[in-house]
Design a protein around this ligand. Structure first.
Ligand code: ARG
Ligand code: ZN
Length: 882
């Protein structure tokens, strides 16, 4: 049963260290077909200076208690008070000088655990997920990140059901038991919090490689998959080795155990988990081959493998003091994985992709009812704070520190952080202090970014006279943003002044200007100006290069200048930003004006889009990104209120049609000069060419007015990237054509046994941009391959529909909202965490016009009134209504 909402709020200001320290944990797991027995022996002592009479209170969650003893003697009666959710024991014998051993036995039913938190089974494999508070579903414990202990774990199971027995750390012993059972013992010498505990047992196939660290330590790397899938883990292994090399080179960080194990499972609530020495992954982020995975999937695997590996230092060796500090490990680790991808692939392409993610996920969160500071100060359910704000905006804050300090001083701050806090459960203040000391700078004003929710607005005005360029900057926050009062932030603004030949001009700011360091202006006041004198001509002003701060930019810049920057800013990111912002504004204004004819279909815009695709100076991946129109949800966000998704859809279609009409010959020419690739290689350059070729398919098919081209591409495809791109055009643009129906059917038949590909199939059908997709999706929920209890499948159909289908989810009759709410009600008792995550699809409901708003509110209120709703889902629904 899911915990129901008990209304408890956890507050940052209430943080207190524990009265007891747990130094060492010995666990024994006996795994059987229908139950698991767990014995946990904790060596603990009282913290110096605490009340010697205070009892030990351990966390539990729906536990079945068997017995407990202290120093080998059974305890019961008035010393012990135990419920499924708590164990309280009087421990007068424990002092600061004298440790005691507390042994607790629990009985688990992993096969009934559909929440996928704690110990559960997936396709027969025993597997754990403990972050954030899953360890308390295994045993009673001080289940919080500031209690660090070494662990020794013994796992026993039937040899046939589970020939592979894994836990954290290094393997120390293994052997046979009677009755065809066997055991393995694992020892983790690095003190860790319980959320990093892991256990896996099952019949798994390994692939194995060796890695020698730069100081000469040999590490055995193993990736385990379910039987028959290991041939798809090769790219993940390659990405792991590249991550290990990169962390040594870039940050001087080496791996620290004798083995590093990764296990891929099919049922997993999230992407992956960084448990010490034993990462557990969703199949989606390990298993790949060209026939079943897209270039996007390859990139995703590389990113998540790197991310989890990098957590070994930023998360594990240095962990979080409490869950309010989650961004300490997540924001920093996302920053590190973004840097890894930038170094391994293309920096500009990666930056554009990251900014796209930030704008499409974090901005709407930060501008709606689920808004919260990067470091929140209160929560009801911590699992609901693994958000785009903590992860993506958290990474932006680290990036701003790097921008403000410069590379050398930033690296010195990181070095100090690792040297000073290795082995600690740290806070954001600890982290910031390292950069203040190593960078010899004061970051107290900068720290407001961690406390202040909401997307700040940065306004820029420029004027030019007599060779003098004046840039006036001002910053503001939307009123009502949650967090500390809206005091001015520190906003680093990377910029360039560009001449008409597309070259950066050197210019020195006049005295009295705001602080300028190289190509970064530091805005610290509500408003400030910078003046550049002695300019031969009025330059083009390229601001916020690299998206140097997570803000909404309002730059009153002439359209001609913006189009010129889109063509010739020497900074490729600057080109993308100039174009994408201009296109976004046009779509916004067109949708507001309500007509498909009005404003949006400006020939200059279509021309700029086509010209950027033609520009051979840009790498193909970038040209594909330039051509991407803002999605319907993004246009809705730019409109902000009273949104009619039908108008948004229509205006976007109109611009697409115009590009097709006016550009088809030029785009065909681009396609012809690109040529084809012989065979499939997942490298960035090949992927970029595929991305551009596939981006051209839509306008060219629209120009044809026929599905033939996409059907041919579908038939000829020798990899999933091309196949899925073609299928998407068929199913989304020509849904009523026989060719589309045939392709959708043949895709199903070919891949019906492959779960990851079937997720793509469900997602594709859930996102057909038509209001009547709802009826189709209702039918798909009855499909024999639909399984509500598998998070990937639930996300594909329900999540795909609710977040990837603006027209159908936001149907004027409210049926889309009601259907999603109904699915959430069904999913909640099975897997509350996934239900809560899917419910965030409602986060922008207030931006719509009144009729839709009314339907959305009614659906949410109905959900809120459901008896026995989990704390996870109730928290999201209640906050969304506030
Ligand atoms: N720490 C994991 C990662 O980012 C994710 C864990 C998510 N946990 C959760 N309760 N949602 O790598
Ligand atoms: Zn992470």
């Amino acid at each position: 049963m899911a915990r129901s909402d008990d209304g408890q709020v956890v507050r940052l200001e209430d943080y207190r260290p524990t009265d007891f320290l747990i130094e060492h944990v010995e666990m024994r797991f006996e795994l059987f077909e229908n139950e698991a027995l767990v014995e946990t022996v904790s060596t603990l002592r009282r913290r110096e200076g605490t009340d010697p009479a205070s009892p030990l209170v351990l966390d539990g969650d729906a536990l079945d208690f068997v017995s407990a003893s202290v120093n080998g003697l059974d305890i019961a009666g008035d010393r012990l008070d135990v419920s499924p959710d708590r164990l309280r024991v009087a421990l007068p014998e424990a002092t600061a000088a004298q440790a005691v051993q507390l042994s607790v036995r629990t009985r688990l039913r992993p096969e009934d655990n559909t929440q996928l938190m704690g110990l559960y089974r997936t396709n027969g494999v025993w597997c754990t997920q403990c972050e954030a508070e899953g360890f308390r579903r295994i045993t009673y414990f001080l289940d919080r990140p500031d209690v660090l202990a070494t662990y020794r774990v013994r796992v026993e199971a039937d040899r046939r059901a589970a020939p592979v027995l894994l836990s954290n750390g290094n393997p120390v012993e293994a052997g046979a038991l009677g009755d065809d059972r066997h055991f393995a013992v694992w020892d983790d010498p690095f003190p860790k919090p319980s959320y990093l505990f892991a256990l896996v047992a099952g019949d798994l196939d390994p692939i194995e490689e060796r890695f020698r660290t730069r100081s000469g330590r040999d590490v055995r790397l193993t990736i385990y998959t379910e039987k028959g899938l290991s041939s798809r883990a090769g790219y993940a292994m390659d990405a792991l080795k590249r991550s290990m090399v990169w962390d040594e080179r870039r940050f001087g960080l080496e791996y620290d155990l004798d083995v590093f194990n990764i296990v891929a499972v099919g049922d997993f609530n999230m992407g992956a988990m960084e448990n010490k020495g034993l990462n557990v992954f969703n199949h989606k982020y390990v298993l790949l081959d060209p026939d079943t995975a897209t270039d996007g999937d390859y990139q995703g695997v590389e990113t998540v493998i790197a991310h989890e590996y990098f957590h070994n230092w930023t998360g594990n060796r240095i962990t979080c003091r409490d869950w309010f500090q989650l961004c300490l490990k997540e924001g920093l680790t996302v920053y590190r994985d973004q840097e890894f991808t930038s170094d391994e692939r293309s920096r500009a392409v990666k930056r554009i992709a990251s900014v796209h993610t930030l704008k499409s996920h974090q901005f709407p969160e930060d501008q709606g009812p689920l808004q919260h500071p990067v470091r929140p100060t209160r929560y009801r359910e911590i699992n609901n704070f693994y958000t785009a704000t903590v992860y993506e905006k958290g990474a932006e804050l680290v990036r701003m520190i790097a921008t403000i300090l410069g590379e050398t001083r930033f690296r010195a701050g990181m070095d100090l952080y690792f040297a000073r806090h290795d082995g600690d459960a740290a806070t954001i203040e600890d982290f910031i202090r390292c950069f203040e000391e190593a960078g010899e700078t004061d970051l107290s004003q900068f720290s407001r970014w961690y406390a202040q929710a909401g997307t700040p607005t940065l306004e820029v005005r420029e004027s030019f006279a007599d060779g003098r360029l004046t840039l006036d900057f001002s910053q503001s926050l939307a009123p009502g943003s949650a967090g500390t009062p809206t005091a001015p932030l520190v906003i680093p603004i990377r910029f360039g002044l560009v001449d008409r030949a597309g070259r950066d001009i050197e210019a020195v700011p006049e005295a009295g200007s705001a602080e300028v360091e190289g190509d970064v202006i530091l805005l610290t006041e509500p408003r400030a100006s910078v003046v550049f004198a002695d300019l031969p001509e009025r330059p083009l002003v390229s601001v916020l290069r690299g998206f140097s701060a997570p803000v909404t930019l309002l730059h009153a810049q002439a359209e001609a200048d913006r189009l010129a920057l889109a063509r010739l800013d020497p900074d490729p990111f600057g080109r993308w930003r100039a174009l994408t912002d201009l296109v976004g504004e046009r779509l916004r204004d067109g949708a507001k004006a309500g007509g498909t004819e009005a404003g949006a279909t400006d020939p200059a815009i279509a021309e700029a889009l086509i010209a950027s695709v033609e520009d051979g100076r840009l790498e193909p991946a970038l040209r594909a990104q330039m051509m991407q129109l803002p999605g319907e949800a993004e246009i809705a966000r730019l409109i902000g209120r009273d949104v009619d998704p039908e108008r948004v859809h229509a205006v976007r279609e109109a611009v697409l049609a115009q590009i097709a009409r006016t550009g088809s010959e030029r785009l065909s020419h681009v396609e012809a000069t690109l040529g084809g690739d012989a065979g499939f290689s997942p490298d960035a350059a090949s992927a970029g060419r595929r991305a551009l070729r596939n981006a051209l398919l839509l306008p060219l098919s629209l120009a044809d007015g026929s599905p033939e081209r996409a059907a041919r591409r579908y038939r000829d495809a020798d990899n999933m990237t091309d196949r899925l791109a073609a299928l998407t055009v068929l199913a989304h643009v020509f849904p009523d054509s026989d060719l589309a129906t045939q392709a959708v059917g043949s895709f199903f038949q070919r891949f019906e046994d492959d779960a990851l590909v079937m997720d793509k199939w469900f997602l594709l059908l859930a996102t057909v941009p038509r209001p009547d997709t709802l009826e189709r999706v209702e039918a798909l929920a009855q499909h024999p391959l639909f399984r509500l209890s598998n998070p990937n499948r639930a996300r594909a159909l329900i999540g795909g529909f609710a977040t990837g289908n603006q027209r159908a989810f936001n149907r004027a009759d409210g049926a889309g909202y009601r259907w999603v709410a109904e699915q959430l009600r069904r999913l909640d008792p099975v897997n509350p965490q996934t239900a809560a995550r899917l419910a965030t699809a409602f986060r922008s409901w207030r931006a719509f016009e009144p009729v839709r708003q009314g339907h959305a509110r009614a659906a949410l209120e109905d959900l809120a009134a459901t008896p026995g709703l989990s704390r996870d889902l109730a928290d999201i629904v209640v906050r969304s209504l506030n």
